[in-house]
Design a protein around this ligand. Sequence first.
Ligand SMILES: [Zn+2]
Length: 321
Amino acid sequence: MAPIQWILIILSVFALSLDAAEWHYSGEHGIYEWPNEFEQCGEVRQSPIDFPKVEDMTYSKMTPIEFHGFDDPTKYRLKLENNGHTVKVSIESGDVYIEGGGLPGRFKTAQFHFHWGHSGDEGSEHTFDGHNFPMELHVVNYNEKYGNISNAATQDGDGLAVLGFWYQVSDHDNYALAPLINELSHVPVKGSKMDLTNVNLGLLLPIHMDEYNPHFYRYSGSLTTPPCFQSVVWTVFDNKMPISSAQLHMFQTLHEDKEIEGDHYLIDNYRPTQPLNGRIIYRNFEVTSTGPVEQQHQQAQQEVAKPKRKAKINVRLHLED
Ligand SMILES: [Zn+2]
């Protein structure tokens, strides 16, 4: 057989394998077919999950997560891309990483992306006690000991650390999101990409949260898209970030195809919650029978004129944190 024929055979086999890797949220190759087409999507430590009530989580004392290199845009290069599944910002170069917070090592930040719905009622991947949020941000970080993200993503348990942040609809624009949202019109269709300048990750991500150690939830799970590798240490923060309906609309008018014709909007790009299968969910804050300790601490401060015994106990617990 002539070499050219071999090349054609190799190319067609390669094209078939690309076809096999195709997936969508609905229709052909949709969510309910993932477990048949990607083995790990049907395993027992899948994400996202519905977080139970805080009383049903396990307290674990963890240090705050430390964010390094996020605040200086002169030291990293960002690329914005519509990949047909989401809008993704990749960190092309720069020393941006997280550590602490009970994470098993130092994790280099590779990219972040969003999941959203077709309305303001749903769109988040993780839910809380059955409650959906309109959008969820995922910051994807890989364990430095595995060298690169592709290798880390295939490791069992500790390859990736993904941070999840929920949004809630607000009457006002979130100005921290504006520099990114202003560029969305430049990536309207699948495959469009551009360099992203003037975006400060430190402002975009809610790492300047008021609290020293914001409340978060921790569990062991997976990528929420095929091939659903079970390599993720998940951290989902309780603080919700604001987004206006107009800003959300900018995400909802992106297209999932390479063409604008057909009006296939990139919406509802979230996976339903998966069974816990006995996994333990941790929280980094203590609660009493009536709620998180810190809330009660604030209440105790407000009610200082008429001190209650219960409030005093809560203040003591808070100081022991
Ligand atoms: Zn995601």
